[in-house]
Design a protein around this ligand. Structure first.
Ligand SMILES: [Zn+2]
Length: 437
């Protein structure tokens, strides 16, 4: 089956090549060096605990910003949480946010995130050594490295680098950020949540550094009863904006990241596990989880120990820095591509019942916010195909009829395309697939 490819963009190849495994290694070692980064750990020390860790992350973002003439707005985002099962007593959950403002459409955002906090066997143990090298210093180091590389470029839309806290205690940093984003009217079009991007040796012995997983939800939790009825008749179970974001990242991997194939998993997350993309999904934002394919459970959430000759614990020797860099490149190119492209089409509609033709319509993007807009591209695929297969560029119009393409036999969507060839994710018609305005 064919897959419709993107136009090749040299700048994106360059970005992919600029991510450094050595810098990622240095940063993971630094984060591990804080002993524990447990959300309830001490905050006064400059060398140990989550306070020292977040101050270091903020200082890194500030340093990156200084090198690009102040191109990042860096701040702490915090809220005091208490009365929760895993945060019983009042505790400040503090995330570090760095925003690279877009040139023409600054209220449109794409986000890369990782988690600051770590844990051992007992989730309430905030004093034991908890290196969290892979879970999730790898995600934080990748996020900082993406900021280093992308801050040297200018984009139409805004990019956010988020070091979130309180993940292991109940996804609190993500909840706080998603709630605030909603309140402030941020147009978040994508959250790429990185949670464990450095392990290549599975607990089952499989060693694999050429694949990664993209977890995305199917139907949306924000769907109304009426929208669910519409979806029952016209489809959309496998075309949420998060799912089409996953398809986008999958295509980026094929085109820009050598020796990396992504496995799109049609599921919110792993069984019984959580991640910081979920709070964003919860309020309607497109968000996916990016992670290694083969997990090593002996290295996750474990007290540091040796039992029957087996080493337990999330230590630095379990992280493959080249692999973490590869997944970071995937993030950086995906963020750059979306931030270069025009905003995803809004108000996408489709009709064509009992006709030989299919007509799609959408709202033409604002020219002042999207001066790079070259036009639109309609995509379609067989209903049992995982990836978009066919496409047609249709120019700068807000409606187009595909002659002799029967609506019943395919799924359809629309992407916006920039003069430089970069594209937005594909937007499936109706509420089920909407990326918002
Ligand atoms: Zn974890």
């Amino acid at each position: 089956m064919p897959t419709a490819a993107f136009a090749d963009n040299q700048q994106l190849h360059k970005i992919a090549s600029e991510i450094s495994a050595i810098r990622i290694e240095t940063d993971i070692k630094k984060l591990v060096g804080f002993g524990t980064r447990h959300t309830l750990s001490e905050t006064e020390s400059d060398t140990r605990g989550i306070g020292a860790a977040r101050r270091w992350i903020k200082a890194e973002f500030d340093k990156i910003s200084a090198e690009c003439g102040g191109c990042l707005t860096v701040y702490y985002q915090s809220e005091t949480i208490s009365g929760e099962k895993r945060i019983p007593n009042p505790t400040e959950v503090v995330s570090v946010i760095a925003i690279q403002k877009g040139q023409t459409d600054p209220s449109r955002y794409v986000v890369m995130s990782g988690d600051i906090d770590s844990r051992v066997s007992d989730v309430m143990n905030f004093t034991a050594d908890s290196p969290g090298a892979n879970d999730n210093a790898s995600g934080i180091a990748g996020t900082i490295e993406a900021a280093r590389v992308l801050s040297k470029y200018k984009f139409n839309g805004s990019i956010i680098y988020a070091a979130l806290s309180g993940e292991e205690q109940g996804l609190f940093g993500g909840k706080i950020m998603a709630k605030q984003a909603k309140k402030d009217g941020w147009r978040i079009k994508a959250v790429l949540n990185n949670d464990m991007i450095g392990n290549i040796q599975g607990v089952n012995g499989v060693i694999n550094n050429t694949t990664a997983r993209l977890f995305s939800e199917g139907t949306r939790p924000t769907e109304t009863d009426k929208e669910a009825i519409t979806r029952r008749f016209t489809g959309g179970e496998v075309d949420s904006p998060s799912r089409n974001l996953a398809r986008y990242v999958d295509k980026i991997a094929d085109q820009y990241i050598p020796n990396l194939d992504t496995m799109m998993i049609y599921r919110l997350d792993r069984f019984g596990r959580g991640g910081h993309h979920r709070p964003f999904n919860q309020v309607g934002f497109p968000a996916i989880r990016i992670m290694e394919t083969n997990e090593n459970y002996n290295r996750q959430h474990q007290d540091l120990r040796t039992e029957n000759g087996v080493n337990y614990g999330d230590t630095i020797d379990g992280v493959n820095f080249d692999y973490a860099a590869k997944l970071t490149s995937l993030n950086a190119v995906s963020l750059a591509s979306m931030a270069m492209a025009p905003t995803p089409p809004s108000n996408v509609k489709i009709e064509g019942a009992v006709k030989p033709d299919t007509t799609l319509s959408w709202t033409l993007a604002s020219a002042s916010e999207n001066p790079q807009l070259a036009g639109y591209k309609i995509y379609w695929r067989f209903t049992d195909s995982s990836q978009w297969q066919f496409s047609r560029s249709v120019g700068k119009v807000s409606e187009f009829t595909l002659k002799n393409v029967v609506i019943d036999n395919y799924f359809f969507g629309v992407a916006s395309v920039a003069i430089d060839g970069t594209e937005s994710p594909v937007v499936f018609p109706g509420a089920a697939g909407s990326f918002g305005n």
